[in-house]
Design a protein around this ligand. Structure first.
Ligand code: ADP
Ligand code: MG
Length: 246
């Protein structure tokens, strides 16, 4: 197994609020790790410390063994940490294919600074990504007219265009219908396994979490209170008390 991400005792406070307190975990290549917990538990703060948007007050973040703690978001992204956004990050007037081409161009530029081909250079590669996420038939449509669930698939293709080693998805299925949620996360899981991508995601729908996560970590008031397989976490009395409202 290859450890992609290793998080060691990260901490973050906002004034007097200890949002994240000494949280440690790791994620293997191809693994889907769900981060769950009630509102205000510190999930988004954790994400933001992993993608460089927030600098931890203490602790270490390592990507494939390299210390990335406190690096700027752009540098973290260059090292292979991708993310999907809650608010859509596509250009609405451009077609689906063009959006993916632009993402592929920016990835190529990240690797080879002085190479600036036209976006059309990436048409075939864009179509291959779109086929993988089930959007080949809609390649010519403008992103602005897509159904919400389809737009989420395009965003997944855009995230994949950067060949991430780690993919961070903070509430990726917010606003989606239950059936679409399962489909998007099942697709993500298949691609993660196929390409050895480590995925960290948050999700409120426990059916999705229990069905799609390989492993779950549970935060409560900034602390990690449980970690394990979906079955183990579901059976954990502390988790049931704090989170599932039992
Ligand atoms: P979650 O994503 O699990 O709902 P957050 O990480 O967003 O939780 O928030 C954890 C705690 O930190 C909450 O008490 C929240 O109010 C606080 N918090 C988060 N971001 C900020 C910020 N930028 N400034 C002040 N307090 C914040
Ligand atoms: Mg959040």
């Amino acid at each position: 197994m290859t450890t992609i991400l290793d998080v060691e005792r990260i901490e973050k406070s906002f004034g007097g609020v200890r949002a994240v307190q000494g949280v440690s975990f790791s994620i293997e290549a191809g693994e889907m790790l769900a981060l769950i917990g009630p509102n205000g538990a510190g999930k988004s703060t954790c994400f933001n410390m992993l993608n460089g948007q927030l600098r931890p007050d203490a602790g270490r973040v390592r990507l494939l063994g390299q210390d990335i703690t406190g690096l700027a978001p752009r540098r973290v992204w260059r090292l292979g940490v991708g993310r999907t956004f809650q608010i859509t990050a596509t250009f609405g007037s451009m077609t689906v294919r063009e959006n993916v081409q632009v993402a592929l161009l920016s990835h190529a530029h990240r690797l080879l600074r002085f190479w600036r081909p036209a976006p059309e250079h990436f048409a075939d590669e864009a179509d291959a990504l779109l086929a993988r996420v089930g959007m080949a038939e809609q390649a010519e449509r403008a992103c602005g007219v897509l159904a919400y669930g389809d737009l989420k698939r395009v965003e997944l293709a855009i995230a994949l265009a950067n060949a991430p080693r780690l993919l961070l998805m903070d509430e990726p299925t917010a606003g989606m219908a239950p059936r679409e949620r399962v489909a998007l996360m099942a697709l993500t899981r298949d691609i993660a396994r196929e390409q050895g991508i480590a995925v960290l995601f948050t999700e409120h729908d426990m059916d999705v979490v229990f069905a799609q996560a390989d492993r779950i970590i549970v935060l409560d008031r900034g602390r990690l209170i449980a970690e394990g397989s979906p079955a183990a976490v579901r059976a954990n009395p502390e988790v049931q008390a704090v989170y599932l409202g039992a």
